[in-house]
Design a protein around this ligand. Structure first.
Ligand SMILES: Cc1cc2nc3c(=O)[nH]c(=O)nc-3n(C[C@H](O)[C@H](O)[C@H](O)COP(=O)(O)OP(=O)(O)OC[C@H]3O[C@@H](n4cnc5c(N)ncnc54)[C@H](O)[C@@H]3O)c2cc1C
Length: 379
């Protein structure tokens, strides 16, 4: 069996690795010149999201399918970190904060935590005082409810290290890594082709470019790329990872100080036409929010943008779209934390070993529904 994987981000390298591990002949196409890197902060350029992610690994699944994906992904991150010096996973609990008076958000958080606990996730709700006692680096004034997810953490020095480590492993298993090659896909009834060459199967893991990559085959994906942002400050912070839902900002420790993010711009963008530099409004909002919660003086040293991908119902698009042609995208800003498991699910789907979750079926919508982009971090 010969399979082409289009896109060398976290999802694509995992799928390519797993297919090769099962004995498949695999070629990976990536239009950038390299797969992964060991950078702490991304370059100022348009590139794949896996090089620009905040590297927060904090799953809180609310159904069985999502729980299996989350657990498997965390197990694989831990497995890789034990074996590959390029990739380091720092365990840290993740705290979600909801302000007093935000009754609807408190109810939503309580329901999410209850659903996650039913799936076996180690997460619970606490009042502000209990959280302040456990984490003395956090100011919890005005907080009505908090949730703490225990099995969480972040990637150091940056998320590109996962891609680099998996690409090297994939190459050792025989995957042909074709970097600096833009893949163009066609499907002429007999099966999928990449740049005119016929493969038994083609996996499109091209992140925010997936809709564009599939368009020549007639497949129309209900997918909108949109911009999100992150920044690094040299303010020294060694507390837990935090999502402050009032400010719409998350932050975590970083080798240079701290990393803060979100900065969602909920508008569809051209995957090649966005600003890789962070916006001033985002840096101001994020640094203010972190100062309020930590008491530190926080200045943005580097701020950047990148793309996330939205679908009409917030669930991914993962599965077969034409005979032999597969896609995996639509992660709503949570694509990195799930990549070891979604890449694996793509590989298993191609191999016919299991069907992906029904809720991820890329053909579950009637036609091309109109939809607004909903923030991946919202409750
Ligand atoms: C600022 C920011 C912070 C984020 N923080 C987090 C986080 O903390 N946790 C989390 O889970 N997620 C986070 N995300 C989201 C996460 O980065 C993505 O969901 C995830 O990296 C997507 O991985 P992917 O492999 O699907 O896509 P990508 O990493 O985008 O890879 C797709 C690849 O396809 C390539 N490509 C495109 N077209 C072609 C073509 N025609 N031929 C060949 N190659 C092609 C691209 O160059 C790219 O390398 C964040 C995103 C951003 C921008």
């Amino acid at each position: 069996m010969r399979v082409a994987v289009v896109g060398g981000g976290a999802v694509g390298v995992t799928a390519a690795h797993d297919l090769a591990d099962a004995g498949v002949d695999v070629r990976l196409y990536e239009r950038a010149e390299a797969l992964g890197d060991e950078r702490r902060r991304p370059r100022e350029r348009v590139e794949g999201s896996s090089h620009r992610a905040a590297g927060v690994l904090a799953p809180r699944p609310t159904d069985a399918a999502a729980a299996r994906i989350a657990e498997r992904a965390m197990d694989r991150f831990a497995w890789l970190a034990e074996r590959d010096h390029r990739f380091t996973f720092e365990p840290a609990p993740n705290v979600t904060l909801v302000a007093e008076g935000e009754d609807a958000k408190q109810t939503a958080l309580g329901e999410q935590v209850a659903a996650a606990r039913e799936q076996g996730v180690d997460v619970d709700c606490y009042d502000a005082g209990t959280v302040a006692e456990r984490f003395d680096s956090l100011e919890t004034d005005g907080i009505g409810l908090a949730a703490v997810t225990e099995r969480a953490g972040y990637v150091t020095p940056g998320p590109g290290t996962y891609v680099a480590a998996m690409a090297i492993r994939a190459e050792r298993l025989g995957v042909e890594l074709w970097t600096d090659v833009e893949a163009s896909i066609s499907h002429e009834g007999d099966g999928p082709r990449v740049n005119g060459e016929r493969f038994d199967a083609v996996v499109v893991a091209a992140g925010g470019w997936s809709k564009r990559v599939l368009a020549p085959t007639g497949v129309r994906l209900p997918l909108k790329p949109y911009r999100v942002q992150a920044l690094v400050s040299e303010a020294s912070y060694d507390g837990p990872m935090v999502l402050d839902t009032e400010a719409g900002v998350y932050f975590r420790p970083h080798p240079d100080g701290l990393l803060a993010g979100d900065g969602t711009v909920p508008e569809e963008c051209d995957p090649d036409g966005w600003s890789p530099t962070g916006d001033g409004w985002f840096a101001d909002t994020a640094t203010d929010a972190v100062e309020k919660r930590t008491g530190l003086t926080v200045e943005s040293e580097t701020a950047w943008g990148g793309i996330a991908t939205a679908t009409p119902d917030g669930e991914p698009l993962l599965g077969e779209v034409l005979p032999g042609l597969y896609v995996g995208t639509g992660w709503h800003g949570h694509g990195f934390v799930r990549a070891p498991a979604t890449g694996e699910a793509l590989a298993d789907t191609v191999l016919g070993e299991r069907a992906p979750p029904a809720a991820y079926d890329p053909e579950r919508f009637d036609g091309m529904p109109e939809f607004e982009i909903s923030e991946g971090m919202s409750l």
